[in-house]
Ligand binder design. Structure first.
Ligand code: NAP
Length: 210
């Protein structure tokens, strides 16, 4: 497994997602979390087979992994882990978090950053109570996120779960992977929505073409 390295880390976040493809919205969200939550590192964890069936064919994990590597290459606080891709079958957040909890020990605080849309489904996640004991969540909202729905959902959660979820507004998440895939399929520009190295990787490997 490639992971965060051997340095002792006290406070880090797992940035979970499909990253199909990774874009500046994800990178800005990770940097904002690093700053706001005084993290030492953000570990990007591209999903293997997403646990919830997607409405589109998800790109091979090795492409999503390599694009993530290219995107974080210049940030000393960002790393990429293959932990979910290495695991056969579906990836569940609880397995990922439990693995890092075991590696780092109970003194290390773990956060899990993901999109606020995914948080709305959190009660369906495997072993959610245990998961929320092992980590806290940072839910990144994007312009257009229905905050009334989100707050309504959070307010109904039991207190032990509610206090472990933090909302973080990320205007740069106006950029979305869905929009980027659509643009490529239509032959439109994706310049300045994601790092140039990722843009070139997409072109070279003919990703997202119809
Ligand atoms: P996804 O389809 O990649 O994304 C869902 C929404 O959240 C999209 O709008 C996406 O925007 C946004 N998003 C995704 N990752 C983000 C991030 N790290 N920061 C900000 N926005 C993000 O979501 P997913 O892959 O299903 O799930 C996200 C994470 O939750 C993964 O790590 C997954 O393993 C975990 N998960 C676990 C379970 C479980 O344990 N049972 C169930 C569901 C999800 P873009 O399309 O622009 O990325």
């Amino acid at each position: 497994m490639q992971g965060p390295g051997k340095r002792k880390i006290r406070r880090f976040a797992i940035m979970g997602g499909t990253f199909d493809p990774i874009h500046y919205g994800h990178l800005v969200a990770a940097e904002a979390a690093l700053d706001s939550f005084s993290l030492e590192q953000v570990l990007f964890v591209p999903s293997g087979n997403p646990p919830h069936k997607k409405e589109y064919p998800v790109t091979e994990a090795r492409h999503r992994y390599l694009m993530t590597i290219l995107a974080v290459a210049t940030n000393p606080h960002f790393e990429v882990s293959t932990v979910e891709m290495d695991r056969p079958g579906y990836s569940y957040a609880i397995d990922t978090v439990a693995e890092f909890h075991k590696i780092y020990g109970p003194d290390t605080e773990i956060y899990f950053i993901t999109g606020a849309d995914a948080i709305l489904e959190i009660l369906t996640w495997k072993n959610v109570e245990r998961l929320m004991e092992l980590c806290q969540f940072i839910a990144a909202t994007r312009p257009g996120t229905n905050l009334d729905v989100l707050h309504g959902f959070l307010d109904k959660l039991p207190e032990n779960l509610r206090r472990r979820i933090h909302l973080m507004e990320v205007p740069a998440l106006a950029i979305s992977s869905t929009d980027i895939r659509k643009r490529v399929a239509q032959g439109r520009t994706i310049k300045y929505l994601l790092p140039e190295s990722v843009e070139q990787y997409i072109a070279k490997n003919n990703l997202y073409r119809p």
